[in-house]
Design a protein around this ligand. Structure first.
Ligand SMILES: Nc1ncnc2c1ncn2[C@@H]1O[C@H](COP(=O)(O)OP(=O)(O)OP(=O)(O)O)[C@@H](O)[C@H]1O
Ligand SMILES: [Mg+2]
Length: 258
């Protein structure tokens, strides 16, 4: 189980996902193929409801495909035992959720230390590393507060510190700059870019903003649960801009008096 495997970090083959409410099926992902090598930096874009978070939940092993296969670091995720899966997640993944998911009753410091405690790092050592990570996001003075005593932007930075503290090979970030001002967003994107460039950490990031996606190397566009584009970020953003202009032109034409 711990043997390092093939060079492919993530592989999705024909992944479909439906949500069920009783017998009523709501299909969300309609067959996603996606491969990622270590060191890649992928931005995922798509309209609200297109399935981005659903896809991230699968990539993060928080949910399983209805059909199709998900491989992470050479392991077929649905073939692992619960304990093996927990181990794989702790070794491989760091999360920044759309809603930060900080634990309210724990201090900021202990929130950041949590992934290390899960990985059986002794508490004192975990706190030391958490403190160093908090310093990197400029929150040293907030270590002993509760998360709800921080602003939205500060909480977001705590969530990012928690995602990075255990040096995971793959960082999954669902709109990490969603609620932040431009300056903080830029700081966070620069920090992620550095991790990717200098430490080779792989990143998958969901965003609605082209300016944020532009930090990535590769763009995946989702539409109605299918991949609309998968390729270099520059070409992808140019295509997105053309599509947006076409749509606006169409709406103007439709709205114009006959
Ligand atoms: N637990 C669930 N049960 C039923 N339907 C769900 C569930 N989670 C998501 N959906 C539906 O699946 C679709 C995709 O949702 P998802 O959260 O993946 O979208 P998204 O692309 O992340 O959107 P946003 O940009 O708004 O975050 C939506 O129509 C949503 O209503
Ligand atoms: Mg979402």
């Amino acid at each position: 189980m711990t043997t390092p495997s093939s060079n492919t970090l993530v592989k999705l083959t024909g992944v479909r996902k439906s949500y069920f409410s009783g017998k009523v099926e709501t299909p969300v992902l309609h067959g996603i193929d996606f491969t990622m090598q270590p060191g890649d930096f992928v931005a995922i874009m798509g309209q609200s409801g297109s399935g981005k978070s659903t896809l991230m939940n699968i990539l993060g092993c928080l949910d399983t495909p209805t059909s199709g296969e998900h491989q992470l670091d050479g392991h077929t995720v649905n073939k692992l035992s619960r304990a093996e899966l927990a181990g794989l997640r702790n070794r491989t993944l760091g999360f920044v959720f759309q809603s930060f998911n900080l634990l309210k009753r724990m201090s900021v410091l202990d929130n950041v230390a949590l992934p290390l405690l899960y990985a059986n790092v002794p508490r004192a050592k975990a706190r030391e590393r958490a403190r160093a990570q908090l310093a990197k996001v400029g929150l040293t003075d907030y270590a002993n507060r509760q998360p709800n005593q921080l602003s939205g932007g500060q909480q977001q930075r705590v969530a990012i510190a928690r995602a990075l503290v255990a040096d995971p090979p793959l960082i999954l970030a669902d709109e990490p700059t969603g609620n932040l001002d431009t300056r903080t967003s830029t700081d966070i994107m620069n920090a992620l870019t550095e991790l990717n460039r200098d430490r080779g950490q792989s990143i998958i990031l969901v965003t609605h903003e082209p300016d944020i996606a532009a930090y990535a190397k590769r763009l995946v566009r989702l539409k109605d649960g299918l991949v609309l584009y998968d390729g270099p970020v520059r070409e992808g953003l140019a295509q997105l801009q053309r599509d947006t202009q076409d749509n606006a032109a169409q709406e103007t034409a439709q709205g114009a008096p006959a």
